[in-house]
Design a protein around this ligand. Structure first.
Ligand code: HEC
Ligand code: HEC
Ligand code: HEC
Ligand code: HEC
Length: 204
């Protein structure tokens, strides 16, 4: 032990610390990896076999004030402008810094989060699908071609046909994550309030 001296003891202590904290770090890393896997699965699930119909196909029933004006609220939100954001000088700057050669509005590295249905098979994009609508209703609620007709009456059947419900934070995290070049920490409750578009409760 004498030969080890102070340096040796210090190293032993350090090794001990690394062992203890290393264990904790692994647990944290595993937990994060687990969340990431779930988020990935969610992202995969969204690239469904169900067709995208476009936000215009939700408008007729979800725009009136008395029903909650979901379309109007969405149209005024950042999500409806997500494609247009790719046309700005700021976006060109971001893309350039990342070494992306195409224009941001043509680059998969940007479109994957700034529009709905990017990367889906062409036959899944309906006649009214329009990527310039940005992050549409279907970007969160799921590709609607198959559930649109049934969702009013039968939520369980709609879920089987690709409607995402109940909705939770994992849906948001498929885009609101560190892969975003302008990432800001995502506070779910706050962000949820910012996009809220509830159906008004009927007066009792
Ligand atoms: C033909 C009319 C119609 C169309 C088109 C329509 N909806 Fe609906 N939707 C309804 C009705 C009616 C309800 C039930 C409202 C209620 O409970 O007060 C509803 C309910 C919902 C709900 C709540 C479901 C639940 O179980 O809580 C969501 C989410 C929704 N619609 C999204 C959409 C989206 C997204 C689209 C377009 C892809 C769409 N709707 C198209 C009529 C429609
Ligand atoms: C398909 C990808 C995608 C999904 C899913 C998504 N977002 Fe977004 N969100 C975006 C993009 C892209 C922007 C930036 C739009 C812009 O300014 O061009 C954004 C912006 C926002 C903003 C305004 C900017 C900010 O950070 O305050 C809020 C609030 C927001 N999202 C909330 C949510 C919530 C809550 C969910 C889940 C219920 C969600 N988003 C799901 C892509 C997504
Ligand atoms: C950024 C994600 C996002 C987008 C985009 C989005 N929604 Fe929602 N929507 C939610 C969340 C989150 C809720 C509340 C949680 C839930 O009902 O599962 C919700 C709830 C709803 C509800 C039910 C409200 C209630 O009180 O039960 C309707 C109807 C609805 N959305 C329709 C739409 C329509 C129509 C569009 C497009 C015009 C749209 N949403 C776009 C995330 C989104
Ligand atoms: C992983 C998903 C994701 C990818 C990939 C992505 N974005 Fe975004 N983008 C977002 C989200 C979410 C926001 C809202 C702010 C944030 O990052 O939290 C956003 C916001 C923006 C904004 C508005 C910035 C602000 O401060 O309001 C611009 C501009 C933008 N993105 C450009 C781009 C460009 C250009 C690319 C491709 C090089 C890109 N984004 C790739 C998700 C993404």
């Amino acid at each position: 032990m004498r030969k080890l001296g102070w340096l040796g003891i210090a190293l032993l202590v350090l090794a001990g610390l690394v062992w203890v904290y290393g264990g904790q770090m692994t647990a944290v890393a595993e937990e994060q990896a687990e969340v990431k896997t779930e988020v990935k699965a969610e992202a995969e699930a969204k690239k469904t076999e169900h067709g995208f119909i476009g936000a215009s196909q939700c408008k007729m029933c979800h725009k009136s004030e008395s029903k909650g004006a979901q379309f109007v609220k969405w149209e005024a939100s950042a999500h409806a402008h997500a494609y247009k954001s790719l046309l700005t000088d700021q976006s060109k700057e971001i893309a350039k810094k990342m070494g992306i050669e195409e224009a941001p509005e043509a680059a998969a590295q940007c479109l994957k989060c700034h529009v709905t249905g990017h990367g889906a098979k062409a036959e899944l994009l309906g006649p009214k699908y329009d990527q310039t609508e940005g992050v549409t209703c279907e970007g969160c609620h799921g590709a609607g071609a198959d559930w649109k007709k049934v969702h009013k009456k039968d939520p369980a059947e709609a879920a089987k046909l690709g409607m995402v419900q109940p909705m939770d934070e994992k849906v948001c995290l498929t885009c609101h994550n560190e892969e975003s070049p302008t990432y800001k920490p995502f506070k779910y409750a706050e962000k949820l309030a910012a996009i809220a578009h509830p159906i008004p409760k009927k007066a009792e």
